[in-house]
Design a binder for this molecule. Structure first.
Ligand SMILES: C[S@@+](CC[C@H](N)C(=O)[O-])C[C@H]1O[C@@H](n2cnc3c(N)ncnc32)[C@H](O)[C@@H]1O
Length: 326
């Protein structure tokens, strides 16, 4: 259903569609597009099944959705004016033709104590309810919807890290997000704390997506993005690693074990003494060897979290002997 909507009424129109059960809603310029599932079988008769639905069923189901939607839109028209909310225009699409069908299943989700991840096409003020900070994310083709355990575990430890760093007194933080993907961790850090974040990925497409998500969340002034391969040799050096702009108060790295392992010296060296490091993207059986790898480089274990076979580590770079980290 496409409903022409004045920008002032778009959120209310989107809310009416969601309340009616639309699993996906997109706010476009001047219109709200909402997807509704028609009753199973409607318009898609299975071969050889006389009980299966017909095109008439599809028309009847669509008419029913239209009538219910008109009912829901009536109070919105009353509040914003009839000119602000157009009549819904319906069309039916086959599931397989629905190129972005996956978006239907991606719902806002709370993570940890302070965050809620909201698909950017469901941008709606009510998701900010409950005092949680919303992250508006459109991952495009990049990794990082927040659905994957490695991202969720990293976000949980990110919140814990910020609490620990804040306990040492309020000050702007230097944060690195290595393997930023959609930019979800970088955006979260910049939304939760006064921080300047450097976010990199080896994939230029991901870097573009991360920059767009930072802008969509109003933190593009705080997040700098860069294409960088953590395993590419630096000029004149044989070993792995790209230049990392430390010293950092906090490093977030949700990448697979081989990269975290090979780039460990460069990552650990980019932390300031007392700085915190979130390592994610590892399976539970990889947690111990990775912790030992970073301990050998002067870090100490602070916490770990695990779920669904995935683990994430929170580590701290030890201050030089005899000094207490700020
Ligand atoms: C598991 S995704 C994490 C995305 C996002 N940070 C999150 O937490 O959801 C890992 C990301 O690391 C990037 N990556 C993998 N190897 C890399 C390397 N050697 N240097 C830089 N980025 C790398 C991938 O392109 C991918 O976007």
């Amino acid at each position: 259903m496409t409903i022409a909507a004045d920008p002032s009424a778009a959120e209310a129109v989107a809310a009416a569609c969601l309340d009616l059960g639309a699993p996906g809603v997109e706010e476009r310029e001047g219109a709200v597009v909402a997807y509704f599932a028609l009753a199973a079988g409607a318009g898609h008769p299975a071969a050889g099944d006389p009980e299966a639905g017909t095109g008439d069923d599809a028309a009847a189901a669509a008419a029913q959705v239209l009538a219910s939607l008109e009912q829901r839109l009536a109070p919105v028209r009353a509040a914003f004016g009839a000119a602000a909310v157009g009549r819904p225009q319906g069309d039916t699409v086959d599931e397989e033709d629905w190129a972005e069908g996956w978006k239907r299943y991606w719902r806002p989700q709370a993570v940890g104590r302070r965050l809620v991840i909201v698909p950017s096409w469901l941008r709606h003020a009510r998701w900010a309810a409950g005092g949680r900070v919303p992250l508006w994310i459109d991952p495009g083709m990049a990794f990082g919807t927040g659905d994957h355990e490695s991202t969720r575990l990293a976000l949980v430890l990110l919140q814990e890290s910020l609490d620990r760093l804040a306990a040492a007194g309020p000050r702007p933080l230097r944060v690195l997000d290595l393997g930023t993907g959609s930019g979800i961790l970088a955006v979260a850090a910049a939304r939760l704390a006064p921080a300047s974040v450097w976010a990199c990925d080896q994939d230029p497409m991901a870097v573009e997506v991360a920059a767009a998500n930072a802008a969509a969340n109003g933190v593009d002034g705080a997040v700098t993005t860069a294409v960088a391969d953590l395993l590419a040799p630096r000029a004149g050096e044989a070993g792995p690693g790209a230049d990392l702009p430390g010293p950092a108060d906090l490093i977030l790295a949700n990448i697979l074990f081989p990269v975290l392992d090979a780039a460990a010296p460069r990552i650990a060296a980019a932390l300031r003494p007392g700085g915190l490091l979130v390592l994610s993207g590892i399976t539970t059986s990889q947690r111990e060897p990775l912790a030992v790898r970073y301990e050998d480089l002067g870090c100490r274990r602070v916490a770990s979290v695990s779920r669904g076979g995935w683990s994430a580590l929170l580590m701290r770079r030890e201050p030089p002997a005899g000094r207490v980290a700020p």
